[in-house]
Design a protein around this ligand. Sequence first.
Ligand SMILES: [Zn+2]
Length: 426
Amino acid sequence: MKFDRILKEIKKEELIKLTQDLIRIPSVRRQGQGEQEVALYLARFLEGIGLDVVIEDVEPGSPNVIAVLQGESEGPCLMFECHTDVVTEGDPSEWKHGPFEGKLVGNRIYGRGACDTKGNLAAAVVAVQAISQSGIPFKGKILLGILVDEEGMMSGVKHFIRQGWANGIHAAMICEPGDNQLCITQKGALRAELITSGKMSHGAMPLAGLNPIPPMISILEKIKQLEEEEIERLGKNDFLGYPSITPTVLQAPVKGEPQLNVVPYQCRALLDIRTVPGQSHEALKKQLEDIVQEEEGSVNASLHSGPFKEIRETLEKGLSKGMSFQSKLDVFEDRPWTKTSREEKIVQAVSKTIQSVTGEEPVYGGVPGATDGTFLSAWAGIPIVTLGAGKWMIPHQKDEWVSVEELELTTKIYAGSALEFLNFGT
Ligand SMILES: [Zn+2]
């Protein structure tokens, strides 16, 4: 059986060593540090095992690495997508083992990126290496897209698509932690900044100014209602749960010192919006914009009516002339949700492989956050599957670890799925 031949080529020791090597090259994106060193290490490694490697700078010090293993004949292209950046280690003294030591303890490898996603990156590389060394002929090609800045603005995958690499890719495996579940859907995300602007004044004479805080609270309350309506309308998604609109930052004044007896000029909120299949981002943006515009209109109308009209008019002769309230919503990032049909060839190939390797049916799942796969799906129309070793709750925390056993299984699933996708069913 061909699967057995390839599984024999997967060497546990090599998988452990590569995971450790990758963890030991810190690649947090911060001043004076980026993905360059780990990217160049991988480029050399992949050239060493016979792949065609291209290095492309996305920003200085942050290169994408694209490596291709050609098959025997024409056929489809399967991408393995991984990222080289990791999130901050926080306070290293809080860690049981050094965040960049890559320490193997029993069945676990510890370190920043162990499961998100250097372990899974190593699994993809070892899987491709095993296919290459097994000598099993396959059609088409395997493309490893080892990209930068997944944890930030996803500039790596955006650059990859803009450079034309996504053209001609027939399916992609997104190598991210998820208990080796076969994830076929992921949440979308909108990131927005909301600013209300009034007029600064003495706290003892608030009518001489215009406080931007109460309108902000009113807007946030209406947004909360919108969230509840969306939850009611959509119900609970099997894999992703509920959609959400979460204010995560609330700030006033926006610039300068806060002071109890000063009405600030501006108030600012950041919104972390997560969407599920069935929601239209355009419709949602319009609903948010309507809430903001409605508040602006009603605050400005109140300046010239109601019990305070007279006081204001007196004041307007002096300090408050031409006073008006403004509110502005800026949606600065839009990441659509994704959903891949179970009928897609890549889903079938992975499902069949999981059954062959484990003897069990795959567990289907969903990804709670956006990944680089979001853009491969939304911008380039590529069917994606997300799968990898590591628990959902471990990434971005201290003492990040990955199980060697689980990682070995991931490697087998990657290798088997690639052959299944490229060789059979075409
Ligand atoms: Zn990740």
